[in-house]
Structure formats: C-alpha cells, structure tokens
Design a protein around this ligand. Structure first.
Ligand SMILES: [Fe+2]
Ligand SMILES: [Fe+2]
Length: 323
C-alpha cells in the first residue's frame, strides 16, 4: 500500500506552505453572510493532548473490537495501542469517503445552471466535507499514528463518484448515505456512552465527533430528501437495478468503513480470524437500519411499493434485519 508524503520537500517551501495554511484560517471571506459563529479546535490545548498511556484510548467493551474477547484479554498497553490506531483508522477512512463525495459533487456541479439551488447546497456540503477532511486528518496527525486508511481498491475507484454523480444521481446520493450513516451511528454511539461515563472517550475525539455529527445531520437529511424527489424519475428497469445494487453498495461501504483492511489489521496486530469473526454481514446489519427503512420508503425493498428483487438481495446478503 502506497502512502504518498511530501515530507521530503525543501524546508523553505514547507515554511511558506505552513504560512499559507495559517493565513487561510486567519480571515475567511464567505460568499454568503450570516455566519453565526466560527468555532476552531484548539489542537494544542492540554486537554486535547494525546498520551500513549491514556486509558481513554481503550475501546469500550460494548463497542467494536472492544467486545471481542481476544481484545479483552490483551495487556493494557496493547489495548491502548490498538485502540488509538483503530480510532485513527476510522477517522482516516472517513476522510477518504468525504474526498470521494466531494469529487462527485464538484464534477456534477460543473454541468448545472449557475442559479441551481440544489447545486448551491451541494457545494455548501462539499465545503463542509472539506473541513471535515482537514479535521479528521489533523486528528489522525495528533494521535501520532499513520494508519493505512481505506483499502487500495477503494482509492482506485473513488473517482467513479464523478460520472455516477452526473449520470445516476439517485445512485450517487444512495452511495453518499452508505458512507455517512455507519460513521454517524458509530460516533453517536460513542458520544452517548461518554455521556454516561465521561472517561469512555478522549476529549479530543469527542470534540471532533460532536462537530461532525452536528453537520452530518443536515447532510443526511438532504440526501434522504433528494432521493425521495429523484426516485420517481427512474424507469421500472432502473428502479429494479437500484433495488438490487442498493444493499450491495451499503454493505460494501459499511465494510470499508468498519472492517479494517488487511494492511491495517497487520499493522495493528489483529489476527485476520478475529476480524472475520467480528465484522460479519450480521454485524453490519444494525448499522444499515436507516438504509433499510429508506429502501422501504423508496419502493426498493419492502413496504407499499415492494421490490421482490430488492427484498431478496437484502436477505441473501444477511443484512435484512437488526437494530
Ligand atoms: Fe463529513
Ligand atoms: Fe457528510
């Protein structure tokens, strides 16, 4: 797996680049007035410092790999090391999904009228996603881990969001939700756990997740409403094709996000056997509860306007139930 770095670049040039990055946030000119607050993250504060000895990096035993006895039986330092990598890995993969979304939105937007309101919102969303990418990457940097991120094949096909966003809008927004919802669910679960026990999650991660969850709520609403608008423009054959492709896309996206790639399993030192036992299709099913509900509402699975093909696909993939 290739990890490209610009670290070998000359120091003068890097100093200048650093200055440009600072200047980019010192003063922000926005095309639309009405910014209520600009909230930055104070990455250097003591509270947010990442300490390799901090037990808040241990994955809770009712979450993710924390629930597997292989992890539970590890020594404390190993739990922290793997936990830190695991959280950094999910943030990194999330940022790569956001890159893919922006590629699609930007490409599709080139072809629309300048006064197109839907494109305007989509560009606002892409702008937010870009900030999320910056935020997640900075979070990863602070952890001191350089995780492997999404598998190579995902990076190779991510550009395909461009033609899909332009030619098959409904499929594109379904794909977007397939990436957004599993991450959103994981983050909401952790935030909730931290409410009951404040030492479950490190404050830096909590801050990053709270910023993300707040903005994603709008993104998810937009994609959901857009799909409802778009679905009736599909012909019967397209609709059936989408009914079958939708659960496949959702399952693949959930697995890319949740199940670490082979390369990252190796770096973490998690046996493939443990990964296969834990991150099964049945494990993904509860993460797809909203996707199932949406498929029913759109006539792609069950409900009033059933699709028998769609229904069969969800069942064959063993993701047709689970809360
Ligand atoms: Fe995001
Ligand atoms: Fe989003």
């Amino acid at each position: 797996m290739e990890r490209v770095s610009t670290k070998a670049t000359g120091p003068d040039y890097l100093t200048k680049v650093g200055r440009w990055s600072d200047a980019s946030v010192r003063k922000i000119n926005v095309p639309f007035a009405g910014t209520e607050k600009v909230m930055g993250i104070d990455w250097d504060s003591d509270e947010y410092r990442v300490d390799q000895n901090d037990e808040r990096w241990i994955i809770p035993d009712n979450f993710d790999i924390g629930g597997h006895e292989w992890y539970q039986n590890l020594p404390r330092e190993e739990k922290i090391r793997i936990g830190l990598y695991r959280y950094a890995q999910v943030a990194r993969v999330g940022s790569e999904f956001e890159n893919a979304l922006s590629i699609g939105v930007n490409y599709a937007g080139m072809a629309t009228r300048s006064d197109d309101e839907i494109t305007r919102y989509a560009f606002h969303e892409a702008e937010e996603e870009h900030r999320h990418v910056l935020m997640f990457r900075q979070f990863v940097t602070q952890t001191g881990v350089e995780p492997m991120g999404a598998p190579d094949w995902f990076r190779s096909v991510a550009w395909l969001t461009a033609p899909v966003a332009r030619k098959a809008k409904a499929a594109f927004w379904w794909l977007v939700l397939s990436g957004e919802e599993p991450i959103d669910k994981m983050q909401r679960d952790l935030i909730k756990m931290n409410k009951t026990d404040a030492d479950t999650v490190h404050p830096l991660m909590e801050r990053v997740m709270k910023v993300h969850v707040e903005e994603e709520a709008r993104h998810i609403n937009f994609a959901d409403s857009s799909l409802k608008e778009m679905i009736d423009s599909l012909g019967p054959v397209e609709r059936q094709a989408m009914a079958v492709a939708a659960p496949v896309a959702s399952l693949i996206a959930a697995k890319v996000i949740v199940k670490p790639s082979r390369a990252s399993l190796k770096e973490m030192g998690v046996p493939q056997k443990v990964a296969n036992e834990l991150w099964t299709n049945e494990y993904m099913a509860p993460l797809l509860a909203n996707a199932r509900e949406r498929a029913d509402a759109l006539g792609l699975r069950d409900g009033e306007r059933k699709s028998l093909l769609g229904k069969a696909a969800w069942r064959l993939l063993r993701i047709d139930e689970g809360k």
